[in-house]
Design a binder for this molecule. Structure first.
Ligand code: ADP
Length: 593
């Protein structure tokens, strides 16, 4: 079930902590049980020592069975208690960790919806995918394993140290002295590993992007072989990853091997010192055996601490990346107003994509009255698509303003603003789902009948019915199992279902074959009836009937008017029209051949 009403506040490194805080009760419970379990785990050692002391003091027959078996029973109970506590601890930490993963992924996906499109411009899909899958997954290892294990281990060592010193301070010193030395050694040597881990995280993002690009570009790779850039990029990144992984493991494993030696050094002191003290009757045989047993295992929890240290380094890297998304500034939602009226106007609009590419728009003014048909024309790179994207606030303008029905679009609630716009882009995005589900995105409340009637209006019904399962057919990733023209018509059906009053059309028919074009044009005509239409035109013949044509060049509107007016007044438009007519004639001549 989807949980709602969750908010992730912004501010200094708190995005991740806000989500984790919700699980603090479970995490605290898990730590408490881990500590209890580790404490219970000490009981068997004491009980073994007391049995050995008993056996050393009296012959077996002289010991009452109660005195002999009771410590064994306590030891067994301690052992069982340890495992029960550890199981409860692990259960609680896993439930908490998986809830954190769920909440984090939900928070990130909601956040992505609130970010301006410029955010995605600066990041690759591989980077974002890595954060949402691997970096979030890293939290499971940290919260469910590293954290409770570490605190349990610390408590075990503290309790064990107290018990050891309570029994005999000299033997206790011999048992524990090398462990802090080993710890200091590993902490000092961990520095380089930390640096390498950070490098590995950055490389892993690159690798994630390279994998996506490699798979998506498979067709090109097959056609052009291994020389294509995506294959080279992929194999180079793999190689770098391999090198870095080797270096990272060298940074960690060598110090860890030395550390393991430190942990066993205490036996060099326990055994001779214990023998001397036993010979002098300063300690009993039971105490001697007790210290040997404790000495063997005393350092082992240090491994857990070292793993925790490594987990902390990776966790920190992941957390920084998660927080970078959760705390990125939202597309400013300043307004609560609702759209009133559908006249669209741009005033002195300046826009830059912000990657030193200069101004994509530089002082654009235009007025698009309700129910009018406005076409944007101009050479490639003139700023047509940018202007069309700014009208529904995909990006915020860098200067000037855009108004809808006399209200600055930044003052209109985003959901309400989006509800006013329908879009037909050249690159239609379809999900790897059924036809029905893809169409329903246009209007989630539409009945199956309404969806089918929109499909008929968009000239889709016939080809859908020819698919193996009709409307229930899955159309593949990005709609790969249907043709480009069919994808376009599905997107028109989707827009028909949305029935928004303003339509932005990036001339959908530009790259479509003639047979599909007729069908597509029919469906577009049905879609645009009684709507305000803003069309980016690639073929000028399709916009001769426009109420207003804006001619853009280098981010400015250099001419405006009807087709006839522009032919007379705009040199740029006239030359574009002549070029278009020449291309048409060329096509006709070509056809005649
Ligand atoms: P048109 O639609 O007229 O071909 P665009 O609006 O796509 O022109 O582009 C206007 C300018 O903005 C061009 O210089 C283009 O390189 C740049 N541009 C377009 N999209 C992006 C983007 N996502 N990131 C950076 N620059 C972009």
């Amino acid at each position: 079930m989807i949980k709602t009403g969750q908010t992730v506040k912004k501010g200094g490194g708190k995005g991740f902590l806000q989500v984790v805080k919700k699980q603090r009760a479970r995490l605290a419970g898990s730590i408490a049980f881990a500590v209890l379990g580790q404490g219970a785990g000490l009981v068997p050692f004491f009980m073994i020592a007391s049995v050995i002391t008993l056996l050393a003091a009296r012959p077996l027959g002289a010991i009452p069975s109660g005195e002999l078996y009771l410590p064994l029973i306590y030891g067994a109970v301690g052992l069982v208690l340890k495992h029960v506590c550890m199981a409860v601890s692990s259960g609680l930490s896993h439930v908490a960790a998986y809830d954190v993963l769920y909440d984090l992924r939900l928070a990130i996906s909601r956040k992505l919806l609130r970010l301006p499109l410029g955010y995605f411009n600066k990041r690759t899909s591989g980077q974002l995918k890595k954060v949402m899958s691997e970096d979030v997954e890293q939290m499971e290892i940290f919260l469910a394993h590293n954290l409770p294990d570490c605190l349990g281990a610390v408590m075990y060592m503290l309790l064990a140290a107290v018990a050891l010193f309570a029994v005999d301070w000299r033997m206790a010193l011999a048992t524990t002295a090398f462990v802090p030395l080993g710890f200091v050694f590993i902490m000092v040597t961990m520095g380089r590993g930390k640096e390498k881990t950070a490098q590995w995280f950055t490389l892993a993002e690159k690798l994630s992007h390279a994998i996506i690009e490699y798979i998506q570009g498979m067709q090109v790779i097959k056609a052009f072989g291994h020389t294509t850039t995506s294959f080279l990029k992929f194999s180079e990144t793999l190689e770098q990853g391999n090198l870095l992984e080797n270096e990272t493991s060298r940074c960690w494993y060598l110090p860890m091997a030395v550390f393991a030696v430190f942990l066993t050094l205490n036996m060099l002191c326990i055994v001779p010192l214990g023998a001397v003290l036993l010979g002098q009757n300063e300690i009993s045989l039971g105490t001697y055996v007790f210290f040997i047993l404790m000495g063997i295992g005393f350092g082992s929890p240090m491994w857990v601490l070292v793993q925790f240290g490594r987990g902390m380094v990776s966790n920190r890297e992941s957390q920084v990346r998660i927080d970078a998304i959760l705390e990125a500034p939202d597309l400013r939602e300043t307004g609560e107003r609702r759209a009133a009226g559908w006249d669209v106007a741009a005033q002195g609009v300046v826009f830059s994509y912000g990657n030193n590419g200069g101004k994509a728009l530089d002082g654009v003014d235009c007025a698009i009255p309700e129910h009018s048909f406005v076409a944007l024309v101009g050479p490639s790179g003139a700023g047509k698509t940018t202007l069309a994207r700014l009208l529904p606030r995909f990006w915020d303008v860098s200067g000037g303003s855009i108004r809808l029905g006399d209200t600055d679009i930044r003052d209109i609630k985003l959901d309400d603003l989006m509800a006013q716009y329908g879009f037909i882009f050249q690159n239609v995005y379809l999900y790897n789902d059924t036809v029905l589900a893809n169409l329903r995105i246009g209007n989630p409340r539409a009945t199956d009948e309404e969806i089918k009637s929109a499909a008929r209006a968009a000239c889709c019904h016939e080809f859908i019915m020819e698919l193996p399962q009709g409307y229930d057919s899955v159309i593949g990733e990005r709609g790969s199992r249907i043709s480009g023209g069919e994808r376009q018509r599905l997107s028109i059906a989707r827009a028909l279902l949305k029935n928004a009053p303003i339509l932005i059309l990036d001339e959908a028919t530009a790259f479509i074959d003639p047979e599909n074009e007729v069908l597509l044009q029919q469906s577009i005509n049905r879609l645009v009836a009684n709507k305000t239409l803003v069309a980016i035109a690639h073929r000028l013949s399709s916009i001769v009937a426009a109420d207003q044509i804006l001619v853009l060049d280098q981010g400015r509107v250099v001419a405006r008017g009807t087709h006839k007016e522009l032919l007379a007044e705009s040199h740029l438009y006239k030359s574009m029209w002549d070029a278009h007519m020449a291309a048409q004639a060329w096509t006709l001549e070509g056809d005649a051949c």
